[in-house]
Design a protein around this ligand. Structure first.
Ligand SMILES: Cc1ncc(C[n+]2csc(CCOP(=O)(O)OP(=O)(O)O)c2C)c(N)n1
Ligand SMILES: [Mg+2]
Length: 371
């Protein structure tokens, strides 16, 4: 029932409109590869622009090859990444080596470009413990499977960086679905309260498995979820590598200069299924929707932009594709050469000091494996 007061206690439309206005999507490069927001153009050199494109093309090949290898039974868990290259790689490109990445299961490409050997990525996919033994100087954590858990962990890592006076940030990635989790708010709230140098990237690929973004939350944008915890929120075109790079660079600078955390919502799309474990996107997405997003493709628009500057051509792209295929072949070979995981390997990796029952099981499996 409408109340009988002379004036509404709040102008609902005005409030919602005012909020929406503040979180309008930032774009620098449009779908045709034209610069539409020159004031925000990041100061990347020609070499850096080419490097970013190279990484995106290389990673698209990795995605295609990973899907084939999975179907041949040569890889295990795999969450496709095609469509999300700008969101994933342009944000990582704005980081420094000393920054920590706390990835989700779809974020293996950022780990690779931060320095994870590809062989390790393949071993992770196979569930092999060596895949989670990360090089000491590599500032990444293993991919998080529990939705949203990495947000809380990122708040902690970022606070640690601040307390140790490091010139670095902790960046984490989650999905649109992840932004509906309790951990998401807790982590952002904590990081906000302590002005911790954290960057929360919400890769809004429009679906949490089969659940559309609209059914996840009543909030018109995910970026505005930052406001309630007193942190800055930005929505960017996640298919635009320049916008993603500029937003992440801005967030990093804020973080290291003590201004606190930033939330970046990247508007993106995954072309493939959720994972390769039986998901069928044709049951919850239309061809029309897929088609709309394919027109926004990050590689297509960046290619057009770079070709316009005389920095890219078909020959260059083919070289990158061939190199990627060769490096992938080599890394799979190396992964195949690692001895198969034994039950005792798993048990030995449970605790630094095994508990009594783990010791007991170790003895049983050592006996079995020695036969
Ligand atoms: C706490 C928790 N609940 C449920 C799941 C099962 N689950 C795995 S992926 C997923 C959807 C996540 O969607 P989103 O955050 O949008 O990320 P995307 O896969 O689209 O990148 C769910 C519900 C889980 N892994 N963890
Ligand atoms: Mg999603």
């Amino acid at each position: 029932m409408a109340s009988k007061t002379k004036k509404a206690i709040v102008d609902v439309k005005k409030q919602f409109d005012a909020i929406s206005k503040q979180f309008e999507m930032v774009q620098i490069l449009n779908e045709k590869g034209e610069v539409v927001n020159p004031d925000l153009m990041p100061d990347l050199t020609d070499e850096q622009l080419v490097e970013l494109m190279t990484r995106m093309v290389w990673t698209r090949v990795l995605d295609q090859r990973s899907i084939s290898l999975n179907r041949q039974g040569r890889l295990g868990f795999y969450a496709p990444t095609a469509g999300q290259e700008a969101s994933q790689l342009a944000s990582q490109y704005a980081l420094q080596k000393e920054d920590y990445i706390l990835p989700g299961y779809r974020d293996v490409p950022q780990m690779i470009w931060h320095g994870l050997p590809l062989t390790k990525a393949f071993l992770f996919s196979r569930g092999h413990f060596v895949g989670n033994q990360l090089p000491e100087n590599l500032h990444v954590l293993p991919p998080q499977i529990i939705i949203g858990a990495q947000i809380v962990q990122t708040a902690g890592v970022a606070l640690g960086l601040k307390k140790h006076k490091k010139d670095a940030v902790a960046i984490t990635y989650t999905g649109d679905g992840g932004s509906s989790q309790g951990d998401f708010y807790e982590g952002m709230n904590f990081a906000g309260a302590f002005h911790a140098p954290a960057i929360f990237v919400v890769q809004n690929n429009q679906f949490a498995i089969s659940t559309p973004r609209e059914k996840q939350t009543a909030a018109p944008t995910l970026a505005q979820k930052a406001a309630a915890t007193g942190i800055v929120g930005i929505q960017v075109d996640g298919m635009d590598p320049l916008a993603v790079y500029a937003a992440t660079k801005f967030a990093r600078e804020r973080g290291v200069s003590g201004e606190g955390p930033t939330l970046i919502e990247t508007m993106t799309y995954r072309y493939g299924p959720h994972t390769l474990s039986g998901d069928d996107p044709t049951r919850y997405r239309t061809k029309e929707l897929d088609g709309e997003w394919e027109l926004k493709d990050p590689i297509v628009r960046f290619r057009a932009f770079l070709e316009g500057k005389g920095l890219w051509n078909e020959e260059k792209e083919n070289e990158v594709i061939d190199r990627a295929k060769e490096e992938i072949k080599q890394a799979i070979k190396e992964a195949d050469a690692i001895p198969k995981q034994k039950v005792t390997d798993l048990l030995k990796n449970m605790y630094e000091v095994p508990t009594a029952n783990v010791k007991e099981q170790l003895a049983i499996y050592e006996a079995k494996e020695s036969k």
